[in-house]
Write a protein that binds this ligand. Sequence first.
Ligand SMILES: *Cc1c(COP(=O)(O)O)cnc(C)c1O
Length: 410
Amino acid sequence: MSKFEQTKTCTNKPLRFATAAIHAGQEADPVTGALITPIYQTATYVLEELGKNRGYQYARTHNPTRTALEQCIAALENAKYGLASASGLAAASTVLNLLSAGDHVICGEDVYGGVYRLFERVFKRYNVSFTYVNARNVGEIERAVQPNTKLVWLESPTNPLLRLADLQAVSEITRHHNLIFVVDNTFATPYFQRPLELGADIVVHSTTKYISGHSDVIGGAIVTSNDALYEDLKFYQNAVGAVPGPFDCFLILRGAKTLSARLREHERNATAIAAFLEEHPSIETVYYPGLKSHPQHDLAKKQMSGFGGVVSCVVKGGLEAARDVVNGTQLFQLAESLGGVKSLICHPASMTHAPIPKEVREHCGIVDGLIRLSVGLEDAEDLIEDLEAVLPKANTASVKGEKKEVVHAG
Ligand SMILES: *Cc1c(COP(=O)(O)O)cnc(C)c1O
């Protein structure tokens, strides 16, 4: 019997999403009856006698608070197994531990900057090679397959341009070539998209974002339904040791309980803000998969049940204008990260995507005027007023910027 089956749920039928978020892996504590999974703050566990434990031996390997979180996230992704890690990047590293020197990875060209850095600055040194592709074009993925390709790593929607990959179409290619298909599902969350159901083999999360949802903890997760992959990943989780502490697991599990309620509101606010920005004269482009103008809106409707809480836009006037906006907002706080109750604003080119060389960045559309909004759970009207107050200034700056260019051209 797998760990997952041992303590699955209090009922025997599969739980629907919101119910699973609150109940999966979270039966009352068997020792005390505590309603909420306690923080098992212990490094080790006493054996009943030599060779006989109660399923827990040493806390890097297992911790009951972590087990509850792992089972909950697995249930949300409709997966057999879940593994929690110390951060989203720890989850990514653990997955990359599946590879050996000489292996090749195909990766979406606009993945999270820290993932790109992990691949280029760490795993490349171990002679793992990477090809970056425009994952909107499935053919480009297939053309990048080499005899030594082992894994395909995609985000959908991507950060920060909210571009989509057709996950089902990609999974047909990865299955045909016997590749491990990994999807970073941080942006969509399992509430809006479940990549395993679309053919992915592994899903990774930065639980720092929507799953914990309150910007108060760093964490990551890996889920899979593949027995062999799970055994390997579980081995690397323990062997490498990048595990989250029990208090962090508790916080993430507390956040996860309200995932569906929060995500509905994040989406409602994001939709209102995307519509506002689309009408605004200082804005050149708005990126939000829920907009009819999004070039992959139909794909979004097909593979997602909602469009999330991140909206990106390009402000007219380039770097100068973008700087005025991100420095000017009062409610939208200038910070990296996303997915929390408080709205955040960020400038990807100089913040989250700074590790990516400028030519690569601009080639992927991460231009200097690009701003990313993580729309929080405040009142949408307040958020719109916050943006409205700073955007006209950006418009003036853009006029100044254009004039300057004319002078140079002359
Ligand atoms: C934040 C993020 C990560 C990295 O997660 P950490 O928890 O910060 O290590 C990976 N992928 C995406 C899409 C992210 O947003």
